[in-house]
Design a protein around this ligand. Structure first.
Ligand SMILES: OC[C@H]1O[C@H](O[C@H]2O[C@H](CO)[C@@H](O)[C@H](O)[C@H]2O)[C@H](O)[C@@H](O)[C@@H]1O
Length: 396
């Protein structure tokens, strides 16, 4: 049989490797579709498939924030995946996919926002990995200026995701939550954005533009910000765990020069707040090959494939046993820290918004983009954002 699936663009090669391994060993075939590079653009493609109840795709790559939005189009995996296999994963990751008494997807890898930094440069300047966002700002500036003076005119302090898209929602929620300003909406769906911590966090981020981050950061996504860091021209870089895999790949400029930490906190007593970005696989309700698709899903979320992905790509497993696996630990020495960062991570408000998440997030990231690229009064713009979000929430 041929199973057709979607793999995410950033993660394509390893996703394909796992799927082909299953195909070969099980005597089946896989046809792999690549999501657009900007994952947001996969949403309308999926929506079209669902609207036409298309059987063209059997297995779907699913971002954690889509679970509530797309749940009605996914098969219930309770009868397709044995409970013992479900239990091998972090309960928080599988619990997020238990909706309306169904198990609508299985976790594939954990994404938590992390801070990558130039270990060699921090050592050279006698600095530690920064504890707070203010410390990061100061250290980034000091090292950037020092390196420029020493002859590298292209050096920047901080590379992150400032483009107007879902990635900016992640970055901005991290800055705001780390200062105690919440996650846009409360668990109950009330808009909580209009508070002093939001204003302070966005004011600080605006101050990074053209001081420690190039103006171009306002158009950076994961891959373009990673390119700046991996070219050797940024001291700090916020991204997902896969950057460990890419930056430490043989032949790269930064092999043995990178450190990884949890994201900074706002101030003493507050907690690091990496955005939670777990990826899932789901079987389409419209697939004519439910059982076979579930077999492929079981292989790809299982220990063997997750181990391969961790070792070759730095992807953080959702299978708990892999956090004490010697081969994995040898390749990803910061695994215990990544686990703690995952446990402290903050979820975007997709559970509270359900089908309305996309609208809420779009309003949020567009406003954040305007604020950090503009010169207006931040408190006033946050008050306007609150009004817009209240309208979005009501429209649900
Ligand atoms: O880690 C690799 C993945 O990175 C992106 O996904 C992450 O960022 C998204 C926002 O840009 C976020 O919504 C998601 O939850 C995160 O996992 C990228 O979009 C993926 O294709 C990629 O595999």
């Amino acid at each position: 049989e041929t199973i057709s699936m979607f793999c995410s663009a950033t993660d394509y090669e390893l996703c394909e490797e796992g799927a082909q391994k299953w195909a070969k060993s099980s005597g089946n075939e896989v046809k792999i579709n690549r999501t657009p590079q900007n994952l947001d653009d996969a949403i309308p493609i999926y929506q079209q498939l669902f609207a036409s109840k298309s059987a063209d795709v059997d297995l779907l790559y699913v971002d954690v924030i889509w679970l509530g939005m797309m749940k009605d189009h996914f098969s219930d995996l309770v009868s397709l995946v044995p409970e013992a296999e479900v239990k091998a994963h972090f309960a928080s990751a599988t619990d997020a996919a238990r909706i309306d008494d169904k198990l609508v997807a299985m976790p594939f890898y954990i994404d938590t926002g992390l801070m990558f930094y130039r270990k060699d440069l921090l050592e050279k300047y006698g600095k530690q990995a920064p504890k707070t966002w203010d410390e990061l700002t100061a250290t980034a500036k000091e090292i950037q200026d020092g390196e420029r003076k020493a002859g590298n005119a292209d050096m920047w302090g901080y590379a992150w995701q400032g483009r107007s898209y879902e990635g900016l929602t992640c970055d901005a929620v991290e800055w705001i939550a780390a200062g105690g300003g919440g996650t846009i909406l409360s668990d109950k769906g009330e808009v909580t954005i209009n508070n002093p911590a939001t204003v302070a966090a966005l004011t600080r981020a605006r101050g990074w533009i053209d001081t420690i981050s190039p103006k171009g950061v306002l158009n950076y996504d994961e891959e373009s910000s990673r390119a700046l860091f991996e070219s050797g021209n940024a001291v700090f870089h916020r991204n997902w765990p896969y950057v460990w895999g890419t930056s430490q790949a043989q032949g790269g400029k930064l092999v043995d020069k990178v450190g990884v930490s949890a994201l900074p906190i706002g101030a003493d007593g507050q907690k690091s707040s990496g955005a939670l970005g777990t990826a899932y696989l789901a079987v389409s309700k419209y697939s004519a090959k439910q059982e076979k698709a579930a077999e492929l899903l079981r292989y790809m979320v299982g220990l063997e494939d997750q181990k391969m992905r961790a070792i070759k790509g730095g992807y953080n497993p959702t299978v708990e046993a892999l956090y004490t696996d010697a081969d994995v630990l040898a390749k990803i020495p910061f695994m215990p820290m990544a686990k703690a960062a995952f446990e402290e991570s903050v979820a975007r408000p997709s559970a509270a918004t359900g089908k309305n998440y996309n609208r809420v997030s779009r309003t949020f990231y567009r406003a954040v983009h305007d604020i950090i690229s503009g010169t207006g009064d931040v408190a006033e713009e946050v008050a306007q954002l609150e009004k817009k979000l209240k309208r979005d929430v009501k429209a649900n």
